[in-house]
Design a protein around this ligand. Structure first.
Ligand SMILES: Nc1nc2c(ncn2[C@@H]2O[C@H](COP(=O)(O)OP(=O)(O)OP(=O)(O)O)[C@@H](O)[C@H]2O)c(=O)[nH]1
Ligand SMILES: [Mg+2]
Length: 309
């Protein structure tokens, strides 16, 4: 029995093993992905992002419970761009989720020191969960710079979570966060200032271009569960809207483009290195970069320029 067919049968241990293979970018990953290829692309993928401690994991936990009650098979990926270790940093979250039984599968993905490693592992991990029958996947990531924007490119719907008070600081909403949100959640609404934060957010959103989907701003108390049903409904509404209106865009098109770009980049890089080696140019250039005689970007330009000629 192959790992791929075990995953398709719903074997949780096979799924866990395959996720480790994909996370570590081992060569077997491609084989597994080929095996499950016909069984992917069917889940709703929901990205949950926001600053550390705003309540993302608590919200994910609640949403998982909500969708489970609606008969969904839920998968959870906690993506941590800052950590080289999977599991460890988010172990508390994992333990919290494991209590829910076989309807939910939770897994942390870490950066593993590879630049762009998560960008490759995340869509693979989503495919594995889909092959295992998950039809709703929650993707949690800390909003810590560019990385969350990248990861959110794999979501059908992106939830941006903020807490009361953040609205005081308009700067906090810069860095592309207003653009990537499909649904905004003001969590910890039990704290003072939640209404004001929601108002300010709505106002800022209204200044943006008019789009076929106007992102709602919803208040929630993830800890008590208040507001969760409304968020669940907004996720389904956004999904329906993106299916009706091509302008809203689907992750499948974005994903296809990413995959194609990545595959193309890998091939072009390989070919360029092979040619430079054959021409005896590779090692001298590496040496120049190592001795700081050349900047790597310029060295690459030199090689790429040679390719174009
Ligand atoms: N008062 C209040 N506290 C909440 C609410 N939701 C979550 N919290 C608390 O906020 C703290 C952080 O919650 P997490 O869910 O771990 O937040 P997170 O965004 O996942 O944090 P990181 O993954 O570390 O970025 C915990 O102590 C939660 O119990 C809420 O609605 N109200
Ligand atoms: Mg968390």
């Amino acid at each position: 029995m192959s790992l791929g067919s075990d995953i398709l049968r719903g074997d949780r241990r096979a799924l866990a093993r395959a996720l480790t293979i994909v996370e570590n970018q081992l060569p077997e990953a491609e084989e597994i992905v080929r095996e499950i290829a016909g069984h992917t692309g069917r889940a709703i993928v929901v990205g949950i992002t926001g600053a550390p401690g705003v309540g993302k994991s608590t919200l994910v936990d609640r949403l998982a419970g909500h969708f489970l009650a609606l008969g969904r098979q839920v998968g959870i990926l906690a993506v941590d761009p800052s950590s080289p270790f999977s599991g460890g940093a988010l172990l508390g979250d994992r333990v919290r989720m494991e209590g829910r039984g076989s309807g939910v599968f939770m897994r942390s993905l870490a950066a593993r020191g590879h630049l762009g490693g998560l960008a490759r592992a995340t869509p693979r991990a989503i495919q594995l969960l889909e092959a295992a029958g998950k039809d709703l996947i929650l993707l949690e990531t800390v909003g810590a710079g560019q990385s969350e924007v990248d990861v959110m490119g794999y979501a059908d719907t992106t939830l941006v979570v903020v807490v009361p008070g953040l609205g005081d600081d308009v700067q906090a909403f810069k860095a592309g966060i207003l653009e990537i949100g499909d649904v905004f959640v003001v969590n910890k609404a039990d704290r003072p200032g939640a209404d004001q934060t929601a108002r300010e957010l709505r106002q800022m959103l209204s200044l943006g271009p008019h789009k076929p989907w106007q992102p709602p701003v919803l208040s929630a108390q993830a800890q008590s569960g208040a507001g969760i049903a409304e968020i669940g409904q907004a996720i389904l509404d956004h999904k329906a809207s993106s299916e009706r209106d091509p302008e809203v865009g689907t992750r499948h098109v974005r994903e296809a483009e990413r995959f194609l770009r990545q595959a193309l980049a890998d091939r072009l890089v390989e070919a360029a290195v092979r040619r430079a080696k054959a021409a005896g140019r590779w090692l001298p250039l590496v040496e120049d970069v190592a001795r700081r005689r050349k900047d790597p970007v310029w060295a690459a330009k030199e090689l790429a320029g040679g390719e174009e000629r």
